[in-house]
Design a binder for this molecule. Structure first.
Ligand code: G6P
Length: 614
């Protein structure tokens, strides 16, 4: 959370920073700000609210300068306000900083600095860090680079920072620990810095991902220099970005979310590309090939993830246990890491994360690694912190996901988990050849079925119109579609702010049934092969209490159609693969309801896409 961007070079920095902040706005949008050096002056513009507020605020001001830093904030310490917006200045206003992360020992550092006469003008942990750097620079009489290095040895927590100094108008210093930071190497003397590669991609494809505790010194007229916080020189590893600019633009759609929903036939296909060979009858995930035996022999698999990725993990549990007969547990990364879990060397941990930056998932990986487990990653963002922290893994290849509510990343994760389960089953011999083949063929046809399903768009819009003013929603599913019910409810909450709960259909009678009346829409996933008769009984129970049923059924269904108020048909497939289809109408339903309620679907309130704080 929080997006940071910086530029040093020959071009005007402000337009680059603003465009970069707009690309990073998914990381937080409580306030935005930039600091620029021009004519020996350090100019600061910052405003509560979105980047658009900052643009109007700065529209009549002089934003010249060829060096600058910018920030879009997701508030942690200190409420969203102009004064808590980044960049923050040092006491003497010589230094400015942008920061993503949390300085955990900021309170004790602040107390010490206050005793030494420092006065603070915000409630943030970040301002403490820039005061500390200033304090060290003056007290120890060292240069800025050394002051930053010493300060970073004193802080506990997570940071991606960029520091700008009026006294050093040709230099930026960037450093990171636990929060991500990428440096784009432009033309001679030109550098772009950002939380991810999206602000950089249109200028250069040559990037350097900073590792934890590395500090980069970027000076006009000099090559980039890299050290770590122990002052050891490091060799920069410059790599080429594979991302395309079109992938991060709306391409004619009104919102990123709907663009990403409609991209799913392609993103699912991309997740499968080269991984299923129907001629040879082989499923293979190159990234985990060397670890396949280890996984098959694992005592158990523990899947760790957060949010939507956790829901994909639940589908993964069903798939791996069903196909490969290996015990699986699914854990919220945030719970796992703090509950003293029993982990042994024979365990395999699968970490699932779209961004590859989620702080809790990263911490869960570190813990499991310390205890000797093998760590496999399923990430979307190439080169992300999680993908680098794992022993091996498979990328989802969904392409950049910008909408805060995850859609195509979820189906891509489920696709990769399906492939993983099939490939483990194949190696282990736990499924017959004919069943394996049937599943492989089924999986390969999913993209065209998703394509077909997306044509039900208008029908879903009409249902959304009926229920847009509902105050609560219940989502029910069984087996493979229980996680889909959870995901459907999460999607609705996230973007429309309607309270929604997902439940295993049979559990409804142990509580949620008390909520059902004529006001309560109940979305039930009732596919043909998934405990169908039992789900039909659950639907009857809702109907008997006047609840309104929106049912997701298999094409050609007649039984549920006769009792539900509304039905949405999905093409027939194997039940194990049905989440890849049943999820789609639920995404669309949430999207249209949110739009009809006037909500900002791409940037829902209080949320951020990449949660780099615990
Ligand atoms: C945030 C996002 C969710 C996402 C979750 C986990 O809460 O808003 O969409 O599912 O983080 O993120 P990850 O990048 O690890 O999948």
């Amino acid at each position: 959370m929080c997006g940071i961007v910086a530029y040093i070079g020959k071009k005007e920095a402000y337009p680059i920073l603003i465009k970069g902040l707009q690309r990073l706005e998914y990381r937080g949008y409580d306030s935005a700000g930039v600091a620029l050096i021009h004519n020996q002056e350090l100019n600061l513009f910052k405003k509560q609210g979105k980047v658009s507020e900052l643009i109007s605020f700065a529209s009549d001001k002089d934003t010249s300068g060829t060096i600058g830093i910018g920030h879009t904030r997701w508030a942690t310490h200190g409420a969203p306000s102009d004064r808590n917006a980044h960049p923050h200045f040092s006491g003497n206003s010589d230094l400015a900083i942008i920061h993503n992360g949390i300085i955990e020992n900021y309170a004790s550092l602040k107390a010490e600095l206050s005793q030494r006469g420092h006065q603070f003008s915000s409630d943030t942990d970040t301002e403490v860090l820039i005061h500390l750097i200033e304090d060290i620079r003056i007290k120890a009489g060292v240069d800025l680079e050394e002051a930053v290095r010493i300060a970073l040895n004193e802080v506990v927590g997570a940071y991606a920072i960029v520091v700008l100094s009026k006294k050093n108008p040709d230099m930026l210093i960037a450093a990171k620990k636990s929060s991500p930071l990428v440096i784009g190497i432009g033309e001679t003397d030109e550098y772009y810095i950002a939380s991810d590669a999206t602000p950089i991609i249109e200028y250069t494809k040559n990037v350097l991902y900073l590792n934890d505790e590395e500090i980069a010194i970027l000076k006009k007229g000099e090559e980039l220099r890299l050290i770590n916080i122990k002052n050891q020189p490091k060799v920069p590893y410059i790599q080429e970005l594979e991302m395309q600019l079109e992938a991060i633009e709306k391409g004619g759609f009104d919102h990123f979310m709907i663009k990403e929903i409609f991209e799913q036939p392609t993103s699912i296909k991309n997740s499968m590309r080269g991984r299923i060979d129907l001629n040879k009858g082989i499923v293979s995930l190159g990234g985990i090939r060397e670890y396949k035996q280890k996984i098959i022999n694992a005592e158990r698999i523990i899947i760790v993830a957060c949010g939507t990725s956790w829901h994909a993990g639940l589908v993964g549990e069903y798939l791996i246990e069903d196909f490969a007969r290996i015990p699986v547990e699914v854990e919220y990364a945030s719970e796992f890491r703090y509950r003293n879990p029993i982990i042994t060397e024979s365990d395999v941990v699968i970490a699932i994360s779209q961004s590859g930056e989620t702080a809790d998932t990263l911490a869960a990986i570190k813990l499991a690694k310390e205890k000797g487990a093998t760590i496999i990653g399923i990430c979307n963002v190439v080169g992300s912190s999680i993908s680098r922290a794992t022993d091996a893994g498979s990328y989802t290849h969904a392409g950049p996901e910008i909408g805060v509510a995850s859609t195509k990343a979820f189906t891509a994760q489920v696709t990769v988990l399906s492939l993983m389960a099939l490939s483990l089953a194949q190696a282990k011999g736990s499924l017959s050849d004919s069943k394996l083949r049937q599943l492989m063929v089924e999986l390969s046809t999913i993209p065209e079925k998703v394509e077909k399903l997306l044509n039900t768009d208008n029908q879903i819009k009409a249902i959304a119109e009926k229920f847009k003013n509902a105050r609560n929603f219940l989502y029910l599913g069984r087996g493979y579609n229980f996680p889909v019910a959870l995901e459907g409810a999460l999607k609705l909450k996230e973007i429309s702010y309607i309270h929604a709960e997902g439940y295993p259909a049979a559990e409804m009678k142990h509580g949620p049934i008390a909520l059902i009346d004529e006001e309560m829409p109940v979305v039930v996933i009732a596919t043909k092969h998934g405990n169908y008769e039992k789900v039909v009984s659950n639907i009857e129970e809702v109907k008997a209490r006047n609840g309104k049923i929106i049912a997701i059924v298999t094409e050609g269904d007649t039984e549920v159609k006769a009792i539900a108020d509304y039905t949405i048909e999905v093409p027939e497939t194997d039940e194990a693969l049905s989440p890849l289809l049943t999820t789609i109408p639920l995404q669309l339903l949430s999207y249209y309801i949110a739009i009809m309620r006037g909500c900002n679907v791409d940037q829902p309130r209080n949320l951020a896409k990449s949660v780099t704080v615990e």
